[in-house]
Design a protein around this ligand. Structure first.
Ligand SMILES: [Mg+2]
Length: 199
């Protein structure tokens, strides 16, 4: 049986957290005619239906191209193997599409940690910061939010955790922590997760 750990259920953002940040979101916005500073999914949702459909298809192609070149974050594989060995449950909650998430995880060599039903993308739930994706995972695991933690590199990840009542880990390889009020733990390497999980 597994050792005592601080958190049993670990939910990760994917892009920029488990993988090295590769999205130039402003370049994507430019390509899609979305104003700089506007959240992309929300901007598409507010477009007239025909334009929204066309823009979504363009976004999907751009994201597939980026996904195929994904590289894992340093320490990601060892950290996930460690959590797995501790008996923790792992999942991904991404604002990306699920097929793109699969391409990303395979390219980064991390797909073996995440069965398909534990990769929650924008098809299944309202996007972060909405807590729906986290709630969906916790229900599936029959887990309580206090034993779960959301790890991410952006404010939406931390807000999603707060909204669902989980703990939060802000990962910033650049060591820039802009949301201390939303972050229970701040780390600049994924290796620190192993320390966090020790009592
Ligand atoms: Mg991210």
């Amino acid at each position: 049986m597994s050792k005592a750990v601080r958190y049993r259920h670990w939910i990760f953002d994917m892009d920029g957290t488990l993988t090295v940040a590769a999205h130039d979101f402003d370049a994507i916005r430019k390509e899609l005619n979305i104003a700089i500073g506007t959240p992309i999914l929300e901007a598409i949702n507010s477009m007239p239906p025909a334009l929204a459909k066309q823009t979504n298809e363009k976004l999907h192609q751009l994201e597939l191209d980026i996904a195929a070149q994904s590289v894992a974050q340093p320490d990601a594989e060892a950290m996930l193997a460690n959590l797995e060995a501790q008996g923790c449950q792992l999942a991904i909650l991404t604002r990306n599409a699920e097929d793109i998430a699969q391409v990303t995880l395979e390219a980064a060599g991390l797909s073996r940690f995440f069965p398909q039903d534990l990769v929650i993308g924008r098809e299944k739930c309202l996007p972060k910061p909405d807590p729906q994706g986290l709630q969906h995972l916790l229900t599936g695991w029959q887990a309580s939010a206090q034993h779960a933690v959301m790890v991410g590199d952006y404010v939406f990840d931390l807000q999603a955790g707060r909204n669902a009542g989980t703990a939060t880990v802000h990962f910033s390889p650049a060591n820039e922590f802009h949301w201390p009020e939303l972050s229970d733990h701040c780390i600049n390497t994924l290796a620190e997760i192993t320390e966090i999980n020790q009592h």
